[in-house]
Design a protein around this ligand. Structure first.
Ligand SMILES: Nc1ncnc2c1ncn2[C@@H]1O[C@H](COP(=O)(O)OP(=O)(O)OP(=O)(O)O)[C@@H](O)[C@H]1O
Ligand SMILES: [Mg+2]
Length: 390
């Protein structure tokens, strides 16, 4: 009698996939083959116990590991690759793989590894150990979006990144995807000519060293910033693949990946929104912004971007003259309002004009009202993470 465990074979090579299937079929009658592009759509439905993840020759499957562990946390993944590279092996382990097999020679060890996996699934302590490994690679992608320009995305994203960097132990990567004009480099006084497109030659084997080689560190908060190329020609060459691989790899190494998106809906923005754990919709509460937000929600629905459970509203530039209250916003939209950031024009303008940052050190005195409100927002975000891991 065969084993009860469900085995899912993920491979883009039909011949090899059949070969793997024939190797496991006798012992594991419940088996199935899918391609790597189907993982995101199918993994929850198939709910495998063991995943044989075969990496295509051109391309990388490491980024799928965090997905699999997030969607089916009890499953054990055996990573099969033709590339023997110590850094990649380390990454595969960090990303929570149960084991790694180097093809073609180690295929004969598949039976052994499967037996061990079945044992591990059966023993509770092994499961706990696996769960501990899986808690790696759970970096959260938080995207700042708005259908209306000038609503404060860049200022909020950069201040939140600094606040997390200063007030917690979490690591932060802040990414500026306003590829033509940028913005974050001015707010954070960053001078760097490296950008996301410099990752192009290493995209298939992307790791933390590559990412660090293109980021700049903001000195006071130690956050890493990936600035915009601020160049239309380079911007045109950046594809969804660059963005998707960057985000998926970054999840392995950073606790929070904050992304500042432009207002236009492009395939890049779509990709980022789809990858996001949180979509912080930034809005200055007035009639026009509410109507734009409705249009954005229509567009999300047409494009198949599901905002439920992950879109939060961040209200900005709140003052005595604010047209529409938090309560009014709540009446019109079902999404939670998680922040009311006060308008502090005088102070913020003064800081930026004098070449200062919004935040400069831990426990800093006399920070702006705005920065204090962002501290509360950081508290909200950090609390979500804690409640997820408990
Ligand atoms: N709460 C606030 N108090 C004071 N000034 C603010 C506040 N929020 C944003 N601003 C100012 O409003 C302007 C627009 O903010 P920011 O550039 O962050 O918006 P954005 O949404 O990124 O805009 P863009 O569409 O140009 O990318 C900036 O000058 C910023 O300093
Ligand atoms: Mg901006």
């Amino acid at each position: 009698m065969g084993a009860q465990e469900k085995v899912l074979i993920v491979s883009d090579d039909a011949t090899l996939a059949e070969d793997f299937r024939s190797k496991v079929a006798a012992e594991f009658p419940q088996n199935q083959v899918i391609e790597s592009s189907e993982v995101r759509r199918e993994i929850v439905r198939l709910k495998p116990d063991i995943v044989l993840l075969h990496e295509p020759k051109e391309g990388t499957s490491i980024q799928l590991l965090p997905y699999i562990s997030k969607e089916v946390p009890d499953a054990l993944t055996i990573f099969m690759t033709e590339r023997r590279d110590p850094i990649r092996t380390r990454d595969v382990n960090r990303a929570g793989a149960f084991d790694i097999l180097f093809l073609p020679d180690e295929i004969h060890a598949l039976d052994d590894v499967l037996t061990q996996a079945v044992k591990a699934l059966k023993s509770k302590s092994a499961q706990e150990a696996a769960a501990a490994t899986f808690s790696w690679a759970q970096g959260q992608v938080v995207t700042f979006y708005s259908g209306k320009g000038g609503s404060g995305r860049s200022l909020i994203a950069s201040t939140l990144a600094q606040t997390i960097g200063l007030d917690s132990n979490a690591s932060v990567l802040l990414v500026d995807l306003n590829l033509q004009y940028g913005g974050l480099e001015t707010i954070l006084k960053i001078d760097s000519s490296r950008n996301i497109f410099d990752l192009d030659p290493v995209l298939n084997e992307l790791n933390d060293n590559h990412i660090r080689s293109v980021t700049a560190v903001e000195a006071s908060s130690q956050i890493e910033v990936l600035p915009s190329p601020r160049n239309a020609e380079i911007a045109e060459q950046i594809t969804e693949d660059h963005v998707q691989r960057l985000l998926r790899t970054a999840r392995l190494y950073y606790d929070y990946i904050l992304v500042d998106l432009p207002t236009e809906m492009t395939t890049l923005s779509y990709t980022v929104l789809e990858e996001s754990d949180y979509i912080f919709y930034v809005m200055i509460p007035n009639m026009l912004s509410m109507s734009v937000f409705r249009t954005v929600l229509d567009l999300f629905s047409k494009l198949g971007i599901d905002p439920n459970d992950r879109l939060q509203m961040v209200l900005n530039r709140i003052s005595r003259d604010t047209e529409i209250s938090h309560k009014d916003v709540n009446r019109h939209f079902l999404f939670p309002v998680i922040a009311n950031l006060r308008d502090d024009s005088k102070k913020i303008q003064q800081l930026i004009n004098q070449g200062n940052l919004v935040r400069n050190s831990r426990k800093e005195r006399g920070i702006s009202f705005f920065a204090r409100d962002v501290q509360k927002l950081a508290g909200w975000l950090l609390k979500q993470q804690n409640s997820q891991t408990v």
